[in-house]
Design a protein around this ligand. Structure first.
Ligand code: HEM
Length: 450
């Protein structure tokens, strides 16, 4: 299953086969409703390398673990992240780390890494308990409780505090800031991509300006004193070579990080709530581990939550928070016997591999033990399970995100019990990152606080 280590001479190879679908929109509507069905069809017809029309472009689809490996390993530096992603997410996350390439990306990543050390993540974990508890105090357990919007509010609140902590902004200003951030995220996937009055695009541009103004206004304070929040961490981060971020870098990175952290964590939490609700045996097992710890587990305590960790991995497999990853070929290259000409827009789909029967046994089944020692189905290929991507752009926040998810789940399991009909099939909207379009109704009950 391993792709060849060297890139073949592209000029000698055939172009990928493919299909346009409808003019301009191509297969966009099908993707939004059922990306897996679409990829399955494309793979059955053409194999791992093909192209399809979507969102006004011809996208070369590189499907399966070998094709993903070729993209992420990027042996001949042919695939650029910035131009691939900016076509999809617009100008709202300009110059965020994922939108940079080459030496510039490498330099920025070296600096940013200093804000994501194990020590910092441990301190952030301790700082999460207060806001998580406060947010859960507002939950009103009931049958049909809409878990997804409640989790989204919780993670947004948490991100604003952990990322921007220490600001003295009024609750109204913070609410406006949250709104601006949501406007940017929604604008990124809007159909109308010019700033006409009343459009999401225009609201997104305004949102970006508001976020920039807010961050610039608070920069001098974040620069003056080093505190535990991410804003301050970016202001003071210094690579081993002594490189630091400019003010503009800090602002751009903060806006991107808010986006990178927020929906991905929410989706993971909501998928875990769904599956634990449908599998009470797993819910009991995870709760027993949580209750054996103190009420405010530290990052080190997370090692004592092995069942919850298995559930997190399995949930990210089944509901892959970043279903596709975008790139653009900046020179001719070759993947699995096909020529990918310079200029091609390229996507690879962790979602597809995560559901592939060529990789997983009974892939649609919720079976966290597949990740347990003795089975380790994810070890069949380096890119069997890759919700955080791979290569030089591999998610920088994966440990931070893991700490957040385990912290929130620990509080949820301690404070609540919930059930979801075992036959429930979650309707997922893939317009942007995947989310349950019905809000994920769960039957939520309080537990006596232990
Ligand atoms: C918990 C769920 C998360 C998932 C599934 C996830 C997934 C991903 C993926 C797939 C990429 C790679 C995209 C690419 O190759 O083009 C990525 C990049 C990134 N993520 Fe995450 N992410 C998560 C949480 C977070 C959090 C919490 C943060 C920050 C606090 C974060 C920060 C980043 C950054 C900075 C990058 C860009 C890295 C680079 O380009 O060098 N992510 N993430």
């Amino acid at each position: 299953m391993s792709p060849s280590r060297t890139v073949q001479d592209p000029a000698t190879l055939p172009l990928p086969p493919g299909r346009q679908g409808l003019p301009w929109i191509g297969h966009t509507l099908r993707y939004v409703r059922d990306p897996l069905g679409l990829f399955d069809e494309v793979y059955a017809e053409h194999g791992p390398v093909s192209w399809l029309g979507a969102a006004g472009r011809r996208w070369t689809c590189l499907l399966g673990p070998d094709a993903s490996e070729a993209v992420f390993r990027n042996a001949d530096h042919a695939f650029a992240s910035g131009p691939g992603w900016s076509y999809l997410v617009g100008p709202f996350f300009d110059r965020g780390l994922m939108l940079l390439d080459g030496e510039e990306h490498h330099r920025h990543r070296r600096i940013m890494q200093q804000a994501f050390t194990a020590d910092r993540i441990a301190r952030s974990t301790d700082a999460m308990h207060g806001p998580v508890d406060a947010s859960l105090d507002t939950w009103r357990p009931t049958g049909g409780f809409a878990a997804y919007p409640a989790l989204k509010e919780l993670t947004l609140d948490l991100a604003t505090r952990l990322f921007m902590g220490g600001t003295d902004a009024s609750p109204e200003r913070m609410a406006a800031l949250n709104r601006a951030f949501v406007d940017c995220v929604q604008a990124a996937t809007s159909v109308v991509r010019v700033p006409l009055p009343g459009t999401r695009w225009r609201r997104g541009l305004r949102g970006r300006i508001l976020l920039e103004d807010f961050l610039r206004e608070h920069l001098p304070r974040a620069r003056a004193v080093e505190t535990d929040d991410l804003f301050s961490a970016l202001c003071h981060a210094r690579s081993e070579e002594g490189e630091v971020f400019t003010d503009a870098d800090v602002v751009n990175h903060m806006i991107f990080l808010l986006m990178a952290a927020h929906d991905t964590s929410t989706i993971t939490l909501s998928a875990m709530m769904q599956h634990l609700g449908q599998h009470p045996d797993w819910q009991d097992r995870c709760r027993a581990e949580v209750l054996a710890l103190g009420s405010r587990p530290t990052r080190a305590d997370h090692a004592a939550l092995p069942s919850l960790d298995l559930v997190m991995r399995e949930s990210m497999r089944l509901v892959t928070p970043v279903p596709v990853v975008a790139r653009q070929a900046v020179k001719d290259t070759a993947v699995l016997g096909h020529r990918i000409p310079a200029g091609s827009f390229v996507m690879t789909a962790p979602l597809f591999t995560h559901h592939s029967p060529e990789v997983w046994r009974d892939p649609e089944r919720f079976d966290p033990e597949r990740f347990a020692e003795g089975r380790r189905e994810d070890k069949v290929h380096r890119y069997a399970w890759h919700p955080f991507g791979g290569g030089v752009h591999k998610c920088l926040g994966m440990h931070f995100g893991g700490a957040e998810v385990l912290t929130v789940m620990s509080h949820l399991l301690r404070r609540f019990e919930w059930r979801v009909d075992p036959g429930y099939v979650c309707p997922i909207d893939y317009t942007s990152l995947p989310f349950p379009s019905d809000g994920l109704p769960v039957d939520l009950r309080p537990r006596p606080v232990a």
